[in-house]
Design a protein around this ligand. Structure first.
Ligand SMILES: *[C@@H]1O[C@H](CO)[C@@H](O)[C@H](O)[C@H]1NC(C)=O
Ligand SMILES: *[C@@H]1O[C@H](CO)[C@@H](O)[C@H](O)[C@H]1NC(C)=O
Length: 744
């Protein structure tokens, strides 16, 4: 690891820096590029720290019955036994089987099934322990949950007083949990199912009974990766094992709506989702605790041989029901929700708008208003036309305020809005409170998925959605624009693609461009015709703008013609520092305290090579306290210390940026600066930068740069109400700085 870094520094040092010839521009197109050249803006969303740092924000008044996710009431330990997947208790034998990775299935294991009673159908005896008071919420919910299973399957439940037999012992314990399957060896005198506080609903009871009859969680299935993405980073550490995948035999298709599926934020420690469905329109479906679904019922009926029993009882030798339909207790077909008819022969088309009235795909400019339904989890998939990016202006943004989550982090728990470009992979910044009120967000990609979670009845969201043209971008396939999209939706998709050949013959083909890919929140900038040979006489540019993140640039593949460095990539970062890369190098590895940069790719008219694939990773870690917006009040004095200031030698590196924000109309005076920064030529190793003009790239003309040891008074006063401070520390001998500022 260390060796790699040293090598990386060496390579960078060997490459000759060129002097600055780039015009600084912020979020506008660049006149120094010739027409037809590519320019792509990679833009980070403003962080919640930035938009939520005003102290004058009116506090939201809390008066709401906030729904508690039933997962939250589950303790992780019950009577000294570990809870498996949150609400499942395992016996020692089951633990052992899991550890030995023997098959632990939700289908076909006779051992764990309830046995037939006198009627020939499986019988589940049960009783209430004394903690379940007659007529209590728990007792009523248990009765409803049992009735729900009985009316949909051939399982029969019988209240019993005979404790000398395997049976379910319902208790009001801590949380909602159950063992999986019938455990007659471990519990010959009954096994417990806890319906604790907050668990007293029919759906949760149906879920726990699901475990008791042998069901695992839906997202533990072997095939779950085809349907969902698990965000392990957001799962509280003690619960990460709950998302383990298991070796299951899956006899029915994966069911997002299964009563056994976790919800999007189950076991989240920070309010961020822990599960995303790969198909964005299914996100709002997971976590159902209302009722059993067709597939839940089908699985139980298959497991317990209900269907063959019913066929026999109905005197039918075969099943006349189409698709997944089957003969039910009433001797007629039970059809999947998307079919009807006596033999399930008639398909039911899916509804045009999702039942929640919110989940939708937006492809034309429109205004989005959130429905007032509570307990909403919906997905708005915004897809701009080619060469356009969504621009979202929040005219209303009033969500529940941040709460303190685990690790004392402030998080958007009850209500949240998340904007994701690389859906469904990374879960990124979460907004709530009035974070985005009046804000406009310009996406850096063609598609943005809004993920809205609402549990507070007064929450309100309204946004104007428009599409902005990406400068210099021309669609690869000419389309017949949006005029066809008014009437029939089924025919438009074919009509747009067929016209491309006739129009492209008259116009010269578009020159190949640099492209941007996003995988897991990392941007990849890729040269034109990468892997073949890049074209001659081309330039393209990518620029990044952000309020908070640092970034890390790395070459995945880098192979440019070496002749006098005529073909090159030029990186421009803070204070006009540039770095020129050419040749065949695999070890570009560059870090900056701020995500703001410009990258230019320039080729001459001769010789070419394979090109490059460079990664640009924003570096934001939740606990990183050195990217911060600090709001100051009128007259306030503030001391800003770098990490490790006054602590002697510290090997740890730091890439930090702070924004001091004074009230509108005032300025910030830097009264004293104590610098303990080890000098380097051109301050290219460790440095401190100050800018008082709100210039994200800290241009050398208007910024101050320090890399030496001193103590000076009255350094500067800002032109605006903000002071930008960037700091980079790579070496142990740099011991930081202390800056004393005052609002004037
Ligand atoms: C809070 O809401 C409840 C039920 O909606 C209502 O009865 C109560 O008066 C409200 N309290 C306040 C302080 O507004
Ligand atoms: C660029 O590199 C990343 C990371 O290795 C990879 O996922 C991506 O597919 C590459 N892109 C191209 C066009 O090769």
């Amino acid at each position: 690891m260390e060796a790699l870094k040293v090598l990386a520094l060496l390579v960078v040092a060997l490459l000759s820096p060129v002097t600055s010839s780039i015009v600084y521009q912020d979020e506008t197109s660049d006149a120094t590029l010739s027409p037809g050249d590519d320019e792509v803006h990679v833009r980070q969303y403003p962080s919640p720290v930035t938009v939520n740092s005003r102290h004058d924000q009116p506090p939201l008044i809390v008066n709401d019955s906030l729904i508690t996710d039933f997962m939250e009431v589950n303790p992780l330990e019950v009577d000294g036994m570990e809870l498996f997947e949150g609400d499942i208790m395992l016996t020692k034998e089951q633990w052992r089987m899991l550890k030995e990775e023997r098959k632990f299935q939700n289908y076909g294991s006779e051992l764990y099934k309830w046995q037939p009673g006198p009627s020939g159908f499986p019988l589940v005896p049960y009783r209430f322990e004394s903690s379940v008071a007659a007529g209590s919420a728990a007792a009523n919910a248990i009765a409803a949950g049992i009735a729900h299973w009985e009316s949909n399957t051939c399982l029969q439940f019988e209240q019993t007083t005979n404790t000398a037999q395997p049976h379910l012992r319902f208790i009001v314990g801590s949380g909602c949990w159950s063992y999986i399957g019938r455990l007659f060896q471990n519990f010959p005198n009954g096994q417990q199912v806890s319906i604790g506080r907050g668990c007293e609903t029919m759906g949760i009871v149906a879920h726990e009974i699901g475990h008791a009859i042998g069901f695992n969680h839906e997202q533990s299935r072997s095939d779950r990766d085809d349907y969902v993405v698990i965000h392990f980073d957001n799962i509280r550490s003690s619960a990460s094992g709950n998302f383990n995948q298991r070796n299951t035999i899956d006899v029915v298709t994966y069911d997002y709506e299964s009563i056994m599926h976790y919800s999007t934020k189950a076991f989240s420690f920070n309010g961020f989702p822990t599960i995303s469905t790969i198909d964005s329109s299914k996100n709002h479906l997971i976590g159902n605790r209302d009722a059993l679904t067709f597939n839940d019922i089908l699985l139980a009926n298959l497991m317990y041989g209900c269907i063959t029993s019913w066929e026999d009882a109905c005197g039918m030798s075969s099943d006349s029901c189409e698709g997944e339909g089957y003969i039910g207790a009433s001797c007629s077909c039970v059809c999947p929700p998307d079919t009807t008819g006596s033999n399930c022969e008639t398909p039911i088309p899916p509804p045009a708008v999702a039942e929640d009235g919110c989940t939708q795909t937006i492809t034309t400019e429109t205004t989005f208003t959130s429905p007032s339904t509570n307990g909403l989890s919906c997905t708005v998939d915004i897809q701009a036309p080619e060469c356009h990016t969504p621009v979202i202006t929040f005219t209303q943004f009033r969500l529940y305020q941040k709460v303190t989550c685990e690790n004392n982090q402030a998080c958007c728990y009850y209500d949240s809005l998340e904007l994701r470009e690389d859906y469904p992979n990374t879960a990124s910044t979460m907004y709530c409170s009035t974070d985005l009120a009046g804000q406009t967000i310009t996406a850096g990609s063609q598609r943005v998925v809004l993920f809205y979670f609402k549990r507070w009845s007064s929450a309100l969201l309204e946004a104007d959605i428009t599409f902005a043209q990406v400068p210099g971008c021309e669609p690869a396939t000419p389309t017949t624009t949006t005029s066809t999209s008014t009437t029939s939706t089924s025919t438009t998709s074919t009509s747009t693609t067929t016209t491309s050949t006739s129009t492209s013959t008259t116009e010269p083909p578009t020159p190949p461009k640099c492209t941007i890919e996003v995988h897991n929140g990392v941007f990849y900038w890729i040269s034109p015709l990468f892997d073949e040979n890049y074209p001659n006489g081309r330039t393209c540019r990518v620029s990044g703008y952000s309020n908070t993140a640092a970034f890390h640039l790395k070459s995945i593949v880098f192979d440019l013609d070496t002749t006098d460095c005529q073909d090159y990539v030029l990186l421009t970062t803070l204070f006009g520092k540039t770095q020129k890369y050419c040749g065949d190098i695999s070890k570009i590895n560059f870090k900056s305290p701020s995500f703001n940069f410009i990258l230019d790719f320039v080729t001459n008219d001769m010789d070419n090579s394979m090109g490059f694939n460079i990664s640009l990773a924003p570096r934001i870690t939740p606990n990183q306290d050195c990217h911060e917006v600090i709001t100051l009040e009128a007259g306030q004095e503030y001391t800003l210390d770098s990490p490790f200031f006054g602590q002697g030698k510290q090997k740890k590196k730091a890439y930090c940026e702070w924004r001091l924000v004074a009230p509108e109309g005032s300025t910030i005076q830097v009264k004293q600066l104590i610098s303990r920064i080890k000098p380097s030529s051109d301050c290219n190793k460790d440095f401190l930068l100050l800018n008082g003009n709100m210039e994200k790239l800290y241009p050398s003309e208007t910024s101050l740069q320090y890399c030496s040891v001193f103590n000076t008074m009255d350094i500067m006063t800002t032109e605006t109400n903000m002071l930008y401070v960037a700091y980079q520390k790579k070496r142990a001998k740099t011991k930081g700085f202390r800056l004393k500022a005052m609002v004037v």
